[in-house]
Each structure stands twice: as C-alpha cells, then as structure tokens.
Ligand binder design. Structure first.
Ligand code: BGC
Length: 768
C-alpha cells in the first residue's frame, strides 16, 4: 500500500484492467451501515468489461426462489436477497463533443483515495482527450454517517489547456438488476428482475424521484436525486423508461473549476413507514445547507469513532495501514438500527447475497461491544426482533420447544439452500446467546437483559434440550454441523457442545439473577418457564459430553473425526484451493480436513473448559489439517497461537488476516469485503496479543508483544469506564481515561484499576 497518512488508503496511476477495476469497486466503496455504493466509474467502462455496479440498502430485500432438487419436508424453497436498488452514480462529461472516459485519450495522472478521516473517497484524473484537450477531474463521494440515507458525489472539472463548451449529464436509473455468476456458490447464480419501477418523475423543484417495488417481498424503495451546478448553465431534464436524466450545458474558461454536486437519498419501506415523503423531506434538508456542512458532520462522526475505536501499532507502518483500513470497513458495514445487521460482505458487494451469519456475533460484534456498545445492543435487538421467526424455524425442524436462529438470513427466515453446511449449524443459537452474555458482562445493562436478552437465552437453551438426548448419563447433541464446513452432520461437535453448555448454564444464571432482582415473573409467565425446566437446563449443562481423546490429549472435533483419513493439506496443489470449488462435499466429509477453526475456536471462546495442554495439543493437531479456505480462520489461529505462547506464529497469522482484502488473498474481494475477518483482525490484537478475555469476575488481560513491533495501543469500554491499553517493549500500561475504578485481571492476578497500572510484560501461555 502506498500511503503516508495511515487514514488515507491511496493508489496512484492505477491499473485499468478488469480484474483490478472490480477489486477497486469494492475497496473504495462508500457505506454507512444503512446504504452502500460500490466505487463504479460515473462514466462506466467499455462494453467488453464486466462491472458490478451496485447501490444497496442494508436489510432491503426481495424473496427469490431457491430450487431444491428433491423437495423433502421442511427444506426451504425461498430465500431473501439484498437488492441492488438504483443506479444514481451516472455522470457523463462531454467536452466539445468528446466523451470523457479513462479508456480513451490519455490518462496523464490518476489517483484513488479512501480518506478514512473525512469519510470520503476521491478519484482524481488528469486526462488528455483524443482531441488534445487536457483537464483535471476530481470526484469526491460520501455516504453520510450523519444522515444515513444521504449519498453525495462532488464532480469537479478544471480545463487545463483550453476554454470552451461542456456538457454534464447526470443520470438516475431505476431499472437495475443484481449481479450473478453461474460457477461460484458464494454469489447469486441468475440475473433475475426483482425490482419493478412504478414511477419515474421530476418534482417541480428539479428532484427526480423513482419509486420501485420488490416483486415478491412487496417492499418499496424510493430514490431521490438532485444536482447543483456551481455556475449558470442551460438545463434540460427528461425521464424515459425508468431513467431520469438532467443535463447541464455551459462554457468553461481555462483554469476555472466547476463543480456539479449530486445528492442521492435512498429510503425504503423496511426502515421508514412513509418512505416517499421521508425521501422528499430528507432531500430538502440535505440541500438546505452547503455540502461542507455534511463534510464537517462526517469528519466529526469519524473523529469520535477513531477516538475510542482506533488501534495503533508502532513499528510496522504497512500493517498499521491495513488495521486502519479494516476498522474503517467495520464502521462502514454495521447496521445502525435494529432493522438491519451486518452482511458478510457489508454493503460493498453482492457476495453471499447480503446475508447475515454467525459472523456478526462471533467476529464483528466484539469490536462494537468493546468500543461502541450501543451498536452491539442494536445488533442483539435485531436478533430479538426475529425471535418469533426463529421459533417457527425450530418447529419446522421438528422441535417442540425453543427457537432456532437461521444460519443465513436478512429478515429472519432461513436462507441456506444446502442444509448440511447451513441450517445444520445449530451452533448459531449458542453464538447468539454467547454474544448476549458478553454484552451483559461488559455493559451490565440489566434492563436490556430483562427486555430482550433473557428471552433469547431461555429460548435458545430450550432448543438444546430438545435437540440433545442423554446417553450413558451424558448429554449428547447429534447430527449437527460445527463451524468447519468440511465436516458435516456429525455427532457431538466439540464446539457446538461447548457453546450449548455455556448457553444452558447462562440461561440458568440469568433466571436466578432475574428472580433475585424481582424481574422474572412476567417473562417466566409469558414463556411458561418453570423451575423444573431450569433444573433440566442445569442438568444438561452439567452432563454435557465434550469429546476428549486421552492418548492425544486433544478434543476431537466430533465423535467420528479421528476415525477418518487425514487430508494431505501440504501436498495438495495450490490451484485446488479452496477445496470447496474442486472436490465433492462427500469427498471432503470423509477426511480429517478443516475449512476453518472449529475446536481451536472453542478453545478461544471457552478456554476454561480445558487444560492448557489440551488446547496446545489440539492446536498442533488441527493446524496441520486446516486449509483456512474460510476467511474466518487465520484470525482465530492467531489468537490461540498468542494464547499458547507462540507469539511469532501469531504474528504471521495476523499479517495474513489483516491483508485479506487489500491483497485480495481469496481472489473474490470483487464480490465484497470479508467483514468477519476484519472483526477477527481486531480480535487478534485485543484478544490475541492483548490476551483479553471477558469473564464473570471482570476483564482479563495478558499482553504479549511480537518482536517485530515496538508496541500497540487500544481502548476498551466497560460499563461507565473507558480505559487505554498501551503495550510497549518490556512493559505495558493501562490507564483509566473515564469512569469509576474497576477490577482487572492481569496474567490471572487481580488488580484495581483506579488511575493507571504499569507493569513489566510477562511470559504467558507457555506452561502446559
Ligand atoms: C464460512 C462461514 C461463514 C460464511 C460467511 C463461509 O465460507 O465457512 O463460517 O459464516 O462464509 O462469511
């Protein structure tokens, strides 16, 4: 990465081949958690190029058919997909009859920037037309954090060696489709029309408004666009077949800069009850103040974001740049209201069709919990709002009680077409419960637990009781899939059983806390929850079977895992990765081979279940057979390597995780960023090198420092407290920046953080 200021990711004289353009569409996208716009060229590409031209709203979807080859009972025939809502990016510049495009004439200079301090992306081009006219074009785009439905484009033109006539045509297109690829299961396979344009019109004030309806979900989206030119011009407007266009003709003198500001407002009926009038009102507000007002608000928002959310790394600028980029993507991707969550690709592309997975709870939410807890709360509120659908889902799967959250979804209904590595991942219930517990432990927000959290804990605990059964006095959970999607439909997946045990235990804890604080009765009554049922939770937790192999001193991933052949990962040809694109699932299922961290993940999130030696032996065992074909894997191996005293190994894994999208490691960043990995990268610093664990008695830290770094720093929020953790060569310092004193465990020893604690670094995790 070529960059001086770490908050600016910049590329100069960038490649114009199709592969790179698709990659940059993702890397430079603008999003604010509500809307996202891929960084497509306003003027488009040549016809022979492929582009994924997209504008999305988090949580705006249509239903789509999901054909099952054999229509067995309960299999889903319908899924949701996040829709490409409108194309408001189009701006065509014509200079004396010549159309601007980076693919004609000569590009004399070009730069793309993602400015993470100001919250904008910039494309600057110095261009010589085929007719030898030279001009500088600077385009600044922003997805406003202050007014979430607002997206702006500032299009600045300066003629360098001529004066003369120009034309700018700004388009607003409602007739759009989603992108597709027939060969990759991770994106949609067909281009189907989902949005139907209902009206295209110009309001008397020059705002074009397109109203479209999603054919099956019936949801409406309104896009409103208006343009302002900085100088007088002849103005024309027309609407045609779902497109509204506004054209400006004017004349420019050499050296003079002219600016076209294009405002877009996107409002949908999943978020706003009257999205049409809301869009008009917001547009009025947006244009009632100069653009600088929105830029200032953006800067202010991000100043606050970086104040608590930044992670500083000393002694490795390229890695620091990657960390900054990843953290920025997290705030761009996270839904800011309970109507939406975090799609696996954020709002940067259509990979995984805009679905939410366990990625949120296990990889992304920890960042917000520890830096912006109100966003973690909103993510849990989203799950709570879908609890009834999860209850229905459990019924469909034959459960008499409880709720089963969908493996992938937008509005709450299950969307996974291939159940062995989809719906069968019951651990999602335990993951969501785990996030509720951590939210409570960090914030002590008891009211929220009473209102939402407790019900989630009880209903998920109920499900485990219904899924599992006793065998030889132990509680078994049969026929589920753990996080590793190369091993499906197994009995007693270690991760699943461990997280179910945690879920059951905490349902009991929560019941007791509510009872003690006199808050239990209404909920218990509504859910028909009895003491006997709570006792049955406790019993199942106490007797939960956790596979253990005494000879190897490891936790087998499941009951049959160790009976299988081992896949020779080291000697598999590199072109055969990811294995899922080259081997039949059944072939993979018969081997000891892991797509991603599974038992190793369980050892990170529930470390108190095992001795250090078991965790270490398990780590060594699984490392050899893990392909990291999922981007959710290297960050977890980093965390556990650090935990087990292998700091150098952790350092290597960290480098891989931090650069996944910037280096396009998986070759599919064109379809969107890997948000879970970005959250995992954060966890790798804070939980990995910082050694953070959230426990009932408080926060635990055990910092280590790779020899390649001079130090690192991050902040943590806990209840009313904000603390700063600085780790340097030889020592670490923890400072209470705000709030009241808190107990803190450092390498297992209890302290009280009153103002500052400064100690030498210790060796951690090497004993077994
Ligand atoms: C991983 C899942 C993950 C999904 C979405 C898959 O490749 O195996 O664990 O939830 O991607 O990121």
């Amino acid at each position: 990465m070529e960059q001086k200021d770490r908050k600016i990711y910049e590329i100069k004289n960038f490649d114009l081949d199709n592969k790179h353009l698709l990659l940059y569409e993702t890397l430079f996208h603008n999003a604010n958690g509500y809307l996202g716009v891929r960084s497509n060229f306003e003027e488009g590409y040549p016809d022979s190029f492929r582009t994924i031209r997209g504008e999305y709203i988090n949580g705006f979807y249509d239903f789509a058919e999901m054909k099952q080859a054999e229509n067995l009972y309960g299999l889903r025939n319908e899924k949701q997909i996040m829709l490409n809502v409108a194309d408001t990016q189009g701006i065509r510049l014509t200079v004396g009859g010549e159309l601007f495009s980076m693919f004609y004439g000569t590009v004399l200079e070009s730069t793309r920037q993602l400015d993470m301090k100001n919250g904008v992306s910039v494309r600057r081009v110095v261009w010589r037309s085929p007719g030898q006219k030279e001009m500088e074009i600077r385009i600044i785009r922003m997805a406003s954090f202050k007014m979430l439905p607002l997206f702006t484009i500032e299009y600045r033109i300066r003629p360098l060696n001529f004066s003369g006539p120009m034309e700018l045509c700004s388009t607003h297109r409602g007739d759009v489709r989603n992108s597709f690829s027939s060969g990759d299961p991770r994106v949609a396979s067909k281009a189907i029309r989902h949005l139907c344009v209902e009206t295209t019109e110009f309001l008397p004030n020059g705002v074009s408004v397109i109203t479209s309806k999603a054919i099956k979900s019936g949801l409406t989206v309104v896009s409103a666009v208006t343009n302002r030119l900085s100088k007088p011009a002849a103005k024309f407007q027309e609407t045609q077949g779902g497109t509204a266009a506004q054209t400006f003709r004017f004349s420019l003198t050499q050296g003079e800069e002219t600016v076209l500001t294009k405002y877009t407002i996107l409002c949908d009926s999943a978020h706003f009850s009257d999205c049409r009038s809301r869009a008009e009102t917001l547009m009025k507000q947006a244009v009632s103040v100069p653009l600088s007002h929105w830029y200032n608000a953006q800067r202010h928002y991000l100043k606050r974001f970086w104040e608590t959310g930044d992670v500083r790394l000393m002694g490795n600028p390229p890695l620091q740049n990657a960390i900054t980029f990843d953290l920025y993507q997290l705030i761009q991707s996270v839904g800011k209201d309970p109507h939406s969550n975090v799609a696996a690709k954020g709002l940067s592309g259509e990979g995984y069709e805009g679905h939410y997975f366990w990625d949120t709870e296990m990889y992304i939410e920890p960042y917000f919990l520890l830096t912006r807890p109100e966003l973690a709360k909103s993510l849990i509120s989203y799950r709570y709002a879908t609890l009834d659908i999860a209850r229905e889902n459990a019924k469909t799967l034959g459960h008499k009680k409880g709720a089963l959250f969908p493996w992938r979804t937008i509005m709450g209904k299950e969307c996974s077409g291939y159940f062995p590595s989809g719906t069968a991942q019951y651990h999602i219930d335990g993951d969501i419960a785990y996030s509720v517990v951590n939210y409570y432990l960090v914030t002590k927000d008891f009211n929220f637990i009473v209102r939402c959290g407790a019900e989630i804990l009880f209903e998920t605990a109920r499900l485990w009781l219904d899924v599992g059964n006793y065998h030889n006095g132990q509680f078994y959970i049969n026929c589920v899939t753990g996080p590793d999607e190369y091993t499906c439909l197994v009995n007693n997946n270690y991760y699943t059983n461990a997280i179910a045990k945690h879920n059951l235990k905490w349902a009991v804890r929560c019941y007791r806390i509510l009872k003690k604080r006199n808050k239990l009765a209404p909920l218990a009554q509504r859910l028909n929850l009895t003491e006997e049922e709570i006792e049955s939770f406790q019993k199942a937790a106490n007797h939960m079977y956790l596979p253990y192999d005494p000879e190897l001193d490891i936790n087998p991933q499941d009951d049959s895992f160790l009976n299988k052949k081992r896949w020779d990962v080291q000697n598999t040809p590199p072109e055969n990765f990811p294995l899922l694109l080259h081997y039949h699932p059944l072939c993979l299922y018969r081997y000891q081979v892991c797509k991603q961290a599974d038992t190793v993940l369980a050892h990170f999130v529930l470390e108190d279940e095992q001795k250090l030696s078991t965790m270490r032996h398990s780590y060594d065992y699984y490392e050899k057979i893990t392909t990291h074909d999922s981007s959710l894997s290297t960050c977890i191996f980093c965390i556990m390597a650090a935990r087990l005293g292998m700091t150098e190994k952790a350092y290597d894994y960290f480098g891989e995780s931090a650069h996944i999208d910037l280096n396009d490691t998986y070759g599919n960043t064109r379809d969107g960023i890997h948000v879970a990995n970005m959250g995992g990268m954060y966890m790798a610093i804070v939980y990995g090198f910082g050694g953070l664990r959230i426990k009932e008695d408080g926060l635990h830290l055990a910092p280590v420092l790779p020899k390649e770094w001079d130090g690192y720093e991050f902040n943590l929020r806990q209840e009313d407290t904000l603390m700063e953790v600085c780790v340097n060569r030889g020592f670490y310092r923890i400072t209470l920046l705000r709030g009241t004193a808190k107990p803190l465990f450092l390498y297992g020893k209890k302290y009280l953080l009153k103002d500052q604690l400064k100690h030498p670094l210790e060796k951690w995790g090497t004993k077994s």
